[in-house]
Write a protein that binds this ligand. Structure first.
Ligand code: PGA
Length: 247
């Protein structure tokens, strides 16, 4: 954790939750009190409006958006629509979108521009596969993803980057703290080269992949880790609140 960057703990509900799950929002608010970090919850799009209406000091975000503001794109959601529903952020380029929907980094950059156009904070995800890690290509992979996924115009206020090794998502596997630290320092350096030191020092870098209450504190202790993007452990307030408390 860093002295000046305010930590962010983000929950990604993925394709989980119906209206009944909004009870977890109330339970989370009761459990976390006044957190010392920013908290973001990204439910399925169907719940963004209802959640935002009762979210209080919790930010609400989408999990994806289309690059266009409107048009003939059946099934898609515009960043402007998320903002209209009460969202203030959107996750972009999650590895499940990259894998299941063949999203390229170039498309992620267009979506990031769309998020900024709509005034949303973009949480852009990058991360290597297990093979890329094993063959020593993790830094190179993430460097290439960062370069192509981030448009010009990033600021500390409009961009968060989440490092999510694909092999650590939903598996219970986590990189060593040294490997997390190496990657986050590398990403900070890439951002510095691209956007300059002032912006790079302000952009928050999240770690994601099997973050739980049991490992959150040690991960938050790593240099250049400014919070977490949490999947499974964000679904229940009882699991998510201790992670928020650790930040
Ligand atoms: P996980 O998911 O916490 O369930 O591993 C993280 C993510 O995909 O954002």
């Amino acid at each position: 954790m860093h002295m000046t960057r305010r930590a962010l703990v983000a929950g990604n509900w993925k394709m989980n939750g119906t209206k009944a799950a909004l009870a977890e929002l109330a339970a989370l608010q009761a459990a976390m009190g006044r957190p010392e970090c920013d908290v973001l919850l990204c439910p399925p799009a169907t719940l963004v409006g209802a959640m935002a209406a009762q979210a209080g000091n919790i930010m609400v975000g989408g999990q994806d958006c289309h690059a266009a503001a409107s048009g003939a794109h059946t099934g898609d959601i515009a960043a402007e629509m998320l903002a209209d529903a009460g969202a203030s952020a959107v996750i972009l380029g999650h590895s499940e979108r990259r894998a299941d929907h063949f999203e390229t980094s170039e498309l992620v950059a267009l979506k990031t521009q769309a998020a900024w156009r709509a005034g949303l904070l973009a949480v852009v995800c990058v991360g290597e596969t297990e093979t890329q890690r094993q063959t020593g290509a993790a830094l190179e992979t993430v460097g290439a993803q960062l370069a192509a996924s981030l448009p010009d115009g990033a600021t500390a206020a409009n961009l968060v980057v989440a490092y999510e090794p694909v092999w650590a998502i939903g598996t219970g596997l986590v990189p060593t703290l040294a490997d997390i630290g190496e990657m986050h320092a590398f990403m900070r350096g890439q951002l510095t080269n691209r956007f300059g030191s002032k912006i790079a020092q302000g952009v928050r870098l999240l770690y994601g992949g099997s973050v739980k209450a049991a490992n959150a504190a040690e991960i938050f202790g790593v240099n250049d880790v400014d919070g977490a993007l949490v999947g499974g452990a964000s679904l229940k307030a009882a699991d998510f609140a201790p992670i928020i408390a650790a930040a």
